[in-house]
Design a protein around this ligand. Structure first.
Ligand SMILES: [Zn+2]
Length: 442
């Protein structure tokens, strides 16, 4: 009787284990665990490390969970075959053959590394973010096109290149009915499709297709079109926070105090109504939120004081506080941005939150203030995911954690649009220009 010699285990090298653990952010890769595997030790100069590099296919060719006798030694010791885990899960994975499959472990590892990438880019884990949107047969996107999002993303394109459609599709995670509106407007009578991939601790994929009916599938399971848990603050073209005109009140005689007062009261009320509409809050809820904003420091060169329902603002360290109607156009934009940024910040403490800023909502941001706004958005440590749609480019420091997409319509005015990654040209003069940017033009 011949005895088959058992081939030895193929263990990972120290270097492989090191890279694997860092790629996992030293957290267990299992989506329901995510335990940190390193931390402070009992003594002030000690640390603990309780992670392990578990094998996806067994370290031994002939035995152990998910053993694959056809795999080579190189495949078994390759980093692709490892998954970083806490000690408990490492033990289960390396001992229990039936609990997890190879595919399952590979999926978890991929999702986990993606989440670490988002987290490292500033998206707080547990809240989540959209990682990609794929559009087909919607607006001018006929063939399927995919855009990947980071924690900060710029969509750059001329008018009519689909910025608004993309923003609406991102916003659709909070209200899938947005998709129906665009489907009705499609040029081609075929069905439209939107795939949204998001991450909220685990990867979720929504596939929405429309022919006659809108069908929504989440991770392969048909689901009713309902809220996803995401909150979206979408400052779009329709925002009219600055639309009330002094000339609509009487003769527009600047010396008429009664006319001024009437205008200011309507302007203040209109502004509150617009903020409520665009933040998705009931008016009373918004007023409560504004009250909190008035008690906390502004994030965007502004400060708010409330006198009943009357809002008073200080912008760029101006001497006093002014009514909204008294602010210059650029100052009004800073105020609106500040409100939306701070509301999204509060929201992101409790739910995955996306802030979408369409440049159309800020028509007076010039080539000095636009980079200043973008730079500030990059500087702020916000937990919300931010997407900015711009129709013109200007010198912006490319060192921030922004991801850029260019919406290019090279064929004709009405032809299909292509989405391409875009690298902003380095601009030596930009940092100095930013540092010396004058206060917002009135
Ligand atoms: Zn674990």
């Amino acid at each position: 009787m011949t005895k088959t010699l058992k081939r030895p285990r193929d263990d990972f090298s120290k270097a492989t284990i090191g890279v694997l653990s860092r790629r996992a952010g030293f957290r267990c890769s299992l989506p329901f665990c995510r335990k940190l595997t390193v931390g402070p030790g009992a003594k002030p100069d000690a640390s603990f490390s309780r992670g392990t590099a578990a094998h996806i296919i067994s370290a031994s060719p002939d035995s152990g969970p998910r053993a694959d006798p056809t795999a080579t030694r190189e495949q078994r010791v390759s980093i692709d075959n490892g998954i970083w885990c806490c000690a408990d899960h490492g033990r289960i994975i390396d001992a229990d053959d039936n609990r997890y499959t190879v595919i399952q472990l590979q999926d978890w590892k991929g999702d986990h590394e993606e989440s670490i990438l988002l987290e490292a880019g500033g998206c707080v884990f547990g809240r989540g973010a959209i990682s990609s949107v794929t559009l087909s047969n919607l607006g001018r996107f006929i063939a399927p096109q995919t855009i990947n999002f980071g924690s900060r993303t710029v969509l750059l394109g001329n008018n009519q290149t689909g910025k608004r459609l993309i923003c609406d599709m991102i916003a659709s995670v909070a209200n899938f009915n947005k998709i129906t509106e665009w489907h009705a407007k499609r040029s081609n009578k075929g069905s439209s499709r939107v795939r949204i991939e998001a991450f909220t601790g685990k990867k979720i994929r929504w596939d929405v297709s429309m022919s006659d009916d809108l069908i929504c599938v989440a991770d392969g399971n048909p689901v009713p079109v309902v809220y996803s848990g995401f909150r979206v603050f979408h400052l779009s073209k329709e925002f009219s926070g600055m639309s009330v005109r002094r000339s609509d009140f009487g003769a527009g005689n600047m010396d008429d105090l009664a006319e001024d007062a009437a205008w200011e009261a309507v302007d203040n009320k209109q502004f509150i109504d617009d903020l409520a509409l665009f933040s998705g809050l009931p008016r009373d809820g918004l007023l409560t939120a504004l009250k909190v904003l008035s008690l906390t420091p502004g994030r965007f060169f502004t400060e708010l004081k409330m006198d009943g329902e009357k809002l008073l603002w200080r912008v760029n360290d101006s001497a006093g506080f002014y009514k909204f109607s008294q602010l210059g156009e650029g100052e009004k934009q800073m105020v609106i941005l500040d409100v939306f940024i701070r509301l999204s910040e509060f929201s992101a403490m409790f739910a995955p939150t996306i802030l979408i800023l369409n440049q159309h909502a800020f028509p007076t941001l010039d080539s000095i203030n636009l980079p200043r706004v973008i730079a500030r958005l990059g500087e702020l440590e916000l937990s919300s995911q931010i997407i900015v749609a711009l129709y013109y480019w200007t010198s912006i420091t490319p060192d921030l954690a922004w991801r850029y997409w260019h919406l290019d319509n090279h064929k004709s005015d009405r032809g299909p649009v292509e989405i391409k990654p875009w690298v902003p040209p380095p601009t030596a003069s930009t940092p100095a220009a930013l540092a010396s940017a004058p206060s917002v033009a009135g």
